[in-house]
Design a protein around this ligand. Structure first.
Ligand SMILES: Cc1cc2nc3c(=O)[nH]c(=O)nc-3n(C[C@H](O)[C@H](O)[C@H](O)COP(=O)(O)OP(=O)(O)OC[C@H]3O[C@@H](n4cnc5c(N)ncnc54)[C@H](O)[C@@H]3O)c2cc1C
Length: 295
């Protein structure tokens, strides 16, 4: 009830206040601001990931506009010699309009990124998009080695998905999954989601994949570090990935203990609509943001 009250009140929050809260998590509206923020993290010892906020586009031209910004992002990364990936949601490239459009745009961006030495991540969204996303990734990865995927430990299907991905040059960002999914297809309690996360990472390493551990869960991180000790030969095999503005003290602890940590930097003019949508669909996320804001 409190969640739905807060969600209904969100559009009434004045823009400057919303912007102040969001500025902790979002680099700004422009690519220039985002590249500056990536440079700032780089100077502090953290490589980056750039994400243009947006999803579920309704028109092809919106998807093509996103591609133009991502191409410019790859140019900016290369010009500044930054160690930075780009990360794209499939529905931002039109997956829900036509999966062949999404494949075309990803392929164009993958080629552009490859010429500039930039890595491209295909993100994972809610379960109705999983099959199409994995199909697009499968086709893309066979042509473009600089492309990786995201898998969600919340989903029961993830173990089978790991086994059906070609292990050749596989690079996976493992996450819990930000979308609340139905009980018949997903774990719903924290501990099974954590246990599935560790099991999925171990299976991926055993299959020779590189795994990016995208979490701010300290207890889970400790379990993953034990698995890293058992199964990883070098820093080439893994890294932690974290969201800008979330649990900075934990990243610093991981980094000073010798683990690579990469920071995800979202940006874009759609920050307000995007943040409201995410917060309204996930009460845990809203709780986390409010706790951070009042701390
Ligand atoms: C780099 C990166 C990329 C991601 N990409 C995807 C993706 O492609 N698809 C997908 O479904 N999910 C993605 N996620 C989100 C992920 O699935 C989880 O929803 C999110 O990371 C929260 O889970 P957690 O493992 O951090 O653990 P939690 O137990 O949820 O959080 C641990 C601690 O971190 C705090 N925290 C976590 N997230 C936030 C936040 N956003 N704001 C404020 N505090 C927070 C919590 O309060 C808690 O104290 C990504 C996450 C990261 C870090």
């Amino acid at each position: 009830m409190l969640h739905s009250l807060i969600v209904r009140a969100m559009p009434l929050v004045p823009r400057p206040i919303m912007r102040r809260v969001a500025s902790r998590y979002i680099a700004g509206e422009t690519l220039e601001q985002a590249l500056e923020r990536v440079g700032h993290f780089a100077r502090a010892g953290y490589p980056g990931v750039l994400d243009l906020l947006g999803e579920d586009v309704r028109e092809e031209r919106e998807a093509r506009r996103a591609l133009t910004t991502y191409r410019a992002a790859a140019d900016g990364i290369a010009e500044r010699s930054l160690d930075c990936h780009v990360s794209v949601k499939p529905t931002h490239f039109g997956l829900n309009l036509d999966s062949s459009l999404a494949l075309e745009l990803y392929a164009e961006l993958a080629a552009h990124c490859r010429e500039r030495g930039v890595f491209l991540r295909v993100e994972m969204e809610d379960h109705p998009t999983t099959d199409a996303t994995l199909r697009v990734f499968g086709e893309l990865h066979s042509e473009h080695p600089n492309v990786g995927i995201v898998l969600q430990s919340r989903l029961l299907r993830t173990t089978q998905d790991i086994d059906s991905l070609s292990p050749e040059g596989l690079d996976v960002r493992m996450v819990k999954g930000v979308y609340i999914e139905p009980e018949d297809i997903a774990h719903t309690e924290p501990e099974p989601i954590r246990a599935a996360f560790v099991a999925a990472c171990e299976r991926l390493w055993e299959r020779g994949a590189r795994v990016c551990l995208a979490t701010h869960d300290q207890a889970l991180g400790a379990r993953l570090i034990l698995s890293v000790g058992k199964l990883c030969k070098s820093h080439e095999d893994y890294e932690f990935q974290v969201l800008m503005g979330v649990q900075e003290a934990l990243w610093e602890r991981w980094r000073t203990a010798g683990h690579p940590v990469r920071v995800y930097v979202p940006f874009g003019p759609q920050w307000r609509a995007y943040s409201q949508r995410r917060l309204s669909r996930n009460p845990d996320l809203l709780r986390a943001v409010l706790r951070n804001a009042f701390r």
